[in-house]
Design a protein around this ligand. Structure first.
Ligand SMILES: [Fe+2]
Length: 285
């Protein structure tokens, strides 16, 4: 499983801030920067999902996922536009705002986080439930909590941005049916933003899941010279060819932690202790 160094976590957070600075201006940018500053600790460590077989259930996974969705939204917008889709009734700022905040509710609210480290070894090993849900958090769908937090910070949003956030799960969320399956032509979303955000989110989740699949059980060791050693675990020829050549070099401790994620069923007591250490650090933040 992919693990990020403290430096990489910090660098990804800086990339997110850079994106906010570049995309927005004036009062809205100031309020967004305040929001991102207040949520900084949670933002940096948050996973994109709670289960390892979903997508990026790792510290720092949230920002990686958001950066993917922003990048893919822009690419998909360009493909749609070049292919003849009508794109004059929304701005790139609206599209990127929705991409940036479609999952903000996964950070929890101003009092409680959404994801907390799962203390049950059984669930981590047998169900891949790396994270649990915080029971003190007011129940709300993730997109609704995103909008709740934005309004709490006085950040105004357009109806296009709101629908982009609300409908990001497409028809995977039954509550979106009345917007996406409608027999009244006037009820159909007026812009393509909800469709583009959903497509970008879906694509990001699949790619992130593919990455996990290809790494599982074939995590390459890096020797002292930074060269990949022959993987000790089983893996098909096809699996091994999917390993990225630019895999970051990891310290022994990081490799131990990574092996806990990728070989959860065989984890040793030593690596289990490392796992607990890792989450103790996150919990104390
Ligand atoms: Fe997402």
């Amino acid at each position: 499983m992919k693990t990020l160094t403290i430096e990489q976590l910090q660098a990804n957070y800086e990339r997110l801030l850079e994106l906010i600075n570049k995309t927005f201006s004036g009062d809205r940018r100031d309020k967004l920067l305040k929001l991102y500053e207040d949520f900084a600790d949670r933002l940096i460590d948050a996973p994109a999902s709670g289960k390892e077989h979903y997508h990026y259930a790792i510290p720092g996974g949230y920002i990686l996922h958001i950066l993917h969705v922003v990048e893919f939204s822009e690419k998909i917008h360009n493909i749609w536009k070049e292919s003849g889709a009508y794109s004059d009734n929304y701005t790139l700022e609206e599209l990127l705002f929705a991409a940036l905040h479609h999952d903000f509710g996964k950070l929890g609210d101003d009092k409680n986080p959404y994801y907390i480290p799962n203390e049950s070894e059984w669930h981590r090993i047998n169900q891949g439930s790396i994270y649990d849900f915080c029971k003190d958090l007011e129940f709300m769908d993730v997109p609704l909590r995103s909008i709740y937090i934005l309004q709490k910070y006085g950040i105004t949003i357009s109806s296009t941005e709101m629908l982009g956030i609300m409908l990001s799960d497409g028809l995977y969320d039954d509550s979106n049916k009345s917007y996406l399956i409608t027999f009244r032509k006037e009820n159909k979303p007026k812009t393509n933003v909800p469709y583009i955000i959903h497509q970008a989110d879906f694509m990001a989740c699949q790619i992130e899941n593919n990455e996990w699949q290809h790494r599982t059980g074939i995590f390459a060791e890096i020797d002292e010279n930074g060269q990949e050693e022959k993987p000790k675990n089983k893996g098909t020829k096809k699996d091994k060819s999917m390993l990225k050549k630019d895999e970051p070099q990891l310290s022994k401790k990081q490799k131990d932690i990574a092996s806990v994620f990728s070989n959860a069923g065989k984890e040793s007591q030593i690596s289990e202790d490392l796992f607990k250490d890792l989450f103790k650090t996150i919990k104390n933040d």
